[in-house]
Structure formats: structure tokens, C-alpha cells
Design a protein around this ligand. Structure first.
Ligand code: GUN
Ligand code: ZN
Length: 432
């Protein structure tokens, strides 16, 4: 039997060549042939149809972009998006942690899991690194929802054994045992992968971090994620708790928790020594601009990260971040560079790269984030509703770069028509 072939034709934008290293936006009116969810041909429509005469044709009338990659997002926090006006530690106590505690109720967790996955996919995010919940049944519900949806997701049980409210604490032994159960159930299943996830150094004893390392040692290809250097009060508390560490990220480094399979969120206030070490170890950093604005955490020093060779990706950080819209997140990243004297001027290709290939690479996925032959067909169709400003802008855009900039400035989930995951299309908007 022959696998069915889909030919997707339209104006395709992606960034296979890194614009932070001289690459430019690739904008081509062309056709992709997709078999078993993988792009097997890229070229002219005539040639595609000649090769695959029986293929089904899908025509994209707006723009086709790679599926977006969100490398830092909290599943339990969907319903607290918009808790404005507090710095990190106050926001955690008053806003985030009470909601995290509600995830002890499996019915609540199941509802939120579905809201979370729908929120991501509706925004065009097809790959995510997500913080799970502090509870096994809730984290299980997240994996189940993601598996069912087709989302490519790395996630894990969030663990803490100090500082946080009692009902969010575990022990090093229980953390290891519960992780083992979830790894057994979900790691490597379909597009799922497990991430060892201590909430942040502040809520982790040295023993808990050691148990995280042991869990990582126990199974190949696990991921590691946590937070770092987000807020001065948080950093001071970490310094007091770990007097032997030379800085915040050293708390993780001493336990062997940095590396190419590790991603830390925020890093708004790093020292040069930390950046050098993050670069050397290949640890990725998720830049979460809307969260950094919302909590007043500060302006991300992108230039210093790039100069130190640190891999940087983009994260919505829902629910400190203000929503799942990754175009908005990219726009905020642009704003934050504009607002710094030594900010990196970001063009639309940089924003698309941050929202796609950078994140995919940070997660070790070479075959997503771009639409080349051999890549998985994870893609989104930007096709604004008739009569909207964005529709008019795209119709009249003088260049693909300008069209893409307009998508970052204006685009929302309402402008996405179809979201493709592994070659399967999900309609996110009711057809007119
Ligand atoms: N640090 C520890 N937990 C959190 C969280 O939930 N959100 C953010 N932004 N920072 C954190
Ligand atoms: Zn976070």
C-alpha cells in the first residue's frame, strides 16, 4: 500500500539559516510534498504534481510558517494569566502557588490540561517544553492531553521540598519514585519526553537536586529544566540558601545539571562568569519577555548571551507571561531590545527564528522549526479573516519581511486557519 501524499502549496516563510549568524528569511512561493508527516519534496507545484500525481492538494492562501516552539510555559497556570502588579515572590505566593495547589484535584487538573493544550495549539505552538504540576495525577493528565492532541511536548512533574507552602512539597525519595513512574508511562511515547523539573533552586534542597541528577542518570534522553536569575529578591534568597555556590546557576552546575539537555528560564540578571559557563556547557536559556515585563523582572541581556555563545529560545511563561500568543512574545522580545542602549536590533527573521528554530534546537529537535526536506510537517497557516487590518496589510505588503513583521505585530490565534502537526491538519478557526 502507498502512503497518502499531501501537497501543500503557497507562500512559505521560515529561517533554516540562523539570522543571528548571517542567515536571512527564506520566503518562497512553492510546494511541499508530505508523506507520513515528513516533508519529502520542496519545489515547484508542477514538479510536485508530476512526482505525486495522486496527491491531495492543500492550498494556503495566506502565509505558511513552521509551527511555533514555546520553550517555557506552565500548565497549571492557564487560569491565572493576567495576575498583574506583583514581583516574582509575591506573585508566586498570592497568585501562582494557590492555583498550583488546586491541581491536587484531578478533575480540575483534567480541565486545565485540556485548556492548556488547546491554548498552545490554538496559538500555533506545535512544540513545547512545559512545567507540569506538583502532583502525579495532574501531570499524568497533561501527558494524556498532549498525547491525544499531537503536540510535541517535553514536560515533567514539578518538584520542591522547601520554602513553598507545605502542600506543594515532596521529598527527594518521593520525587525520584514519582518521576520513575511518569517516565515509565510517558517518556518516549509518541512525541512526548520527560523533563526533570525542580521548580527553582530556592525551593530545592541539595538532596532534592541530587535526586534529580540520579533520575537523569537512570534513563537516557531525559531533559532538565528549571528557573534562574529572574528577580533580585529571588537571587538574594538563593545566595543565602546556597552559600557555597558562586552564583545562582552554579547551584545547578555543581550537581551536574547543566548541559545540552538542560534549559533554564529567564536569566535576566546573570554574571559574565555564568554566561561563560552556560555557553561552555551548551545550556539553553528561555527568554520570556512578556513575563519579564509583567513581573517587572527586567530587560533580558540578549547581546551578552549571544556574545557568550549561549543558546537562546523563546518562552511564553504562561501564567506570569500574558498569554500563549507566540507572535506577541516575539514582538515583546523586539521591544525589550529596543529599550536597551546595547540591545540587539531584531528583525522579523530574528523573531521567527527565536519562535521556531532556536526553540527546536534548544530542545534538541533538528527536524522541526523549519520546512525543509526531511523535516516534520509541523506548520501553521496565517490567513487573517477578510476585512481585518492584517488581511489588508498582508495583501499589500511590499516584501515578505514586512509581511512577517506585520504578523508579529498584529497576529493572534484568530488569524490562524489550520495548524498542522506531523502532517495532520487541525482547524483552529471555524471556516466561514
Ligand atoms: N520561579 C519559580 N516558579 C516560577 C513560576 O511559576 N513562574 C516564574 N515566572 N518564575 C518562577
Ligand atoms: Zn516560569
Amino acid at each position: 500500500a502507498f502512503a497518502p501524499v499531501t501537497i501543500v502549496h503557497g507562500l512559505i516563510l521560515d529561517t533554516p539559516e540562523d539570522p543571528f549568524h548571517g542567515g536571512e528569511l527564506r520566503a518562497e512561493e512553492c510546494a511541499l510534498a508530505v508523506i507520513d508527516g515528513v516533508i519529502t519534496f520542496r519545489g515547484s507545484l508542477a514538479e510536485a504534481q508530476k512526482r505525486y500525481p495522486a496527491a491531495t492538494l492543500a492550498t494556503v492562501s495566506g502565509l505558511l510558517l513552521p509551527g511555533l516552539v514555546d520553550t517555557h510555559v506552565h500548565y497549571p497556570q492557564v487560569r491565572i494569566i493576567g495576575g498583574l502588579g506583583m514581583p516574582l515572590l509575591e506573585w508566586l505566593d498570592h497568585c501562582a502557588l494557590p492555583e498550583e495547589a488546586r491541581m491536587a484535584d484531578p478533575a480540575h487538573a483534567q480541565a486545565v490540561a485540556s485548556e492548556f493544550v488547546n491554548g498552545l495549539i490554538g496559538a500555533g505552538t506545535t512544540t513545547a517544553l512545559a512545567f507540569g504540576a506538583h502532583y502525579v495525577p495532574a501531570t499524568d493528565a497533561l501527558f494524556r492531553a498532549a498525547h491525544h492532541s499531537g503536540l510535541r511536548m517535553t514536560a515533567g512533574l514539578v518538584v520542591a521540598d522547601q520554602v513553598l507552602r507545605e502542600d506543594l512539597r515532596t521529598t527527594p525519595e518521593r520525587a525520584a519514585r514519582e518521576a520513575a513512574g511518569l517516565i515509565e508511562a510517558w517518556h518516549g511515547k509518541g512525541k512526548l519526553r520527560y523533563a526533570v523539573t525542580p521548580r527553582f533552586a530556592l525551593s530545592a534542597s541539595a538532596d532534592l537536586l541530587d535526586s534529580c541528577r540520579e533520575t537523569l542518570n537512570g534513563t537516557p534522553d531525559l531533559f532538565f529544566t528549571s528557573h534562574v536569575n529572574e528577580n533580585p529578591a529571588e537571587m538574594a534568597a538563593v545566595a543565602e540558601l546556597f552559600p557555597d555556590a558562586s552564583n545562582y546557576s552554579d547551584v545547578y552546575d555543581r550537581r551536574g545539571l547543566l548541559g545540552r539537555q538542560s534549559l533554564l528560564a529567564h536569566n535576566v540578571h546573570p554574571t559574565d562568569a555564568e554566561l561563560a559557563r552556560l555557553g561552555e556547557t551548551g545550556t539553553a536559556v528561555a527568554h520570556c519577555p512578556s513575563s519579564n515585563s509583567s513581573l517587572g523582572s527586567g530587560l533580558f541581556p540578549l547581546r551578552r548571551h549571544l556574545e557568550a555563545g549561549v543558546r537562546v529560545s523563546l518562552g511564553s511563561d504562561v501564567g506570569a507571561g500574558t498569554g500563549f500568543n507566540h507572535f506577541k512574545e516575539g514582538l515583546q522580545a523586539y521591544f525589550h531590545q529596543q529599550l536597551q542602549p546595547d540591545g540587539v536590533p531584531l528583525g522579523p527573521a530574528h523573531l521567527l527564528h527565536l519562535a521556531t528554530v532556536s526553540g527546536a534546537r534548544a530542545l534538541g529537535h533538528d527536524d522541526v522549526g523549519h520546512l525543509s526536506v526531511g523535516a516534520v510537517f509541523d506548520a501553521i497557516e496565517v490567513n487573517p479573516p477578510p476585512g481585518t487590518p492584517l488581511e489588508a496589510i498582508l495583501k499589500n505588503a511590499p516584501s515578505a519581511d514586512r509581511a512577517l513583521a506585520a504578523v508579529f505585530a498584529n497576529g493572534t490565534s484568530a488569524d490562524l486557519d489550520r495548524v498542522w502537526m506531523g502532517g495532520v491538519a487541525t482547524h483552529t478557526r471555524t471556516p466561514e
